[in-house]
Design a protein around this ligand. Structure first.
Ligand code: NAD
Ligand code: ZN
Ligand code: ZN
Length: 238
């Protein structure tokens, strides 16, 4: 009888190719040579692991987009923790759609007539994020323990011009992929198990009194780069 295909093996089948004659290069996941067996496997053990048809347990693979090479067992180990996508450990190229662990809530966008410092005459898009406290799930650092949503609803401002509208379109996609917030220690308050911003900077102030407002000429371009690092670009939108 055939074993069902595990999520990490689906990723391997979809986004990697077998390398027939591996070079004597180091695998950056286990730090062993690609000509040796993976640090996650012992040779005899590898031959005993039953695998569904089409999935190998041993050997070397390359990632399809960037072509970087790793032991198959090492990539599988990495894929187990985030079974929706593969991120190349060498160059960060994403294979598949990166999903985060943002807790449930709402994202709402409204328009304001007033214009932000540095962006005259275009008005403003105001984003409101609402998230409540709850219990951490298996995708969070401490499953079963509470998470605290402090300072919600949180409000952010984007100029209502072409680039700003694009940023908000991509932020909606980031919200859908659960990437705007995460759960963990808050740098500002030092408190653990909080809902915190997750590597996509937001302007939560109109002015620069606390350093999170306008003017900031590089802000929209920086945000587009931060979104792209999470795999969110205009070309990925349906
Ligand atoms: P954090 O302190 O763990 O930092 C994560 C990232 O968020 C960092 O990059 C940091 O530079 C950025 N950040 C920190 N304070 C910010 C702010 N006021 N506006 C925009 N970005 C900010 O993140 P955190 O715990 O999510 O937020 C820090 C604190 O800011 C929390 O105490 C939160 O309550 C408060 N806050 C309140 C509002 C509000 O509208 N009331 C909005 C944003 C943040
Ligand atoms: Zn390896
Ligand atoms: Zn790579």
């Amino acid at each position: 009888s055939r074993a069902p295909i595990a999520p990490e093996d689906k990723l391997l089948l979809q986004y990697t190719s077998v390398v027939e004659s591996p070079p004597d290069d180091m695998c950056s996941i286990c730090m062993r040579s690609l000509t040796e067996v993976s640090g996650y496997l012992e040779e005899e053990e590898a031959s005993r692991i039953p695998q569904p048809s089409g999935v190998q347990s041993d050997g070397v693979v390359s990632l399809n987009l960037c072509r970087h090479q790793f032991h198959l067992a090492c990539v599988r180990e990495m894929a187990k923790s985030f079974p929706q996508f593969l991120e190349c450990p060498n160059c960060k190229t994403l294979h598949g759609e990166k999903l985060g662990n943002q807790p449930p809530g709402n994202m709402n966008v409204t328009t304001l007539r007033s214009s932000l410092p540095g962006h005259p005459d275009c008005g403003t898009l105001q984003i409101t994020y609402s998230i409540g406290s709850g219990l951490q799930g298996p995708e969070h650092p401490h499953p079963g323990r509470p998470y605290h949503a402090i300072g919600f609803p949180r409000t952010a401002y984007v100029p209502n011009n072409e680039k700003g509208k694009k940023v908000v379109r991509l932020l909606r996609e980031a919200w859908r992929r659960r990437l705007i917030f995460t759960v963990g220690p808050s740098v500002t308050t030092g408190m653990d198990n909080c809902v915190t911003w997750n590597e996509i900077h937001h302007k939560t102030e109109w002015n620069n009194t606390r350093g999170h407002g306008y003017p900031d000429p590089g802000y929209l371009d920086n945000t587009l780069k931060e979104l792209a690092l999470h795999g969110i670009t205009e070309s990925t939108l349906v």
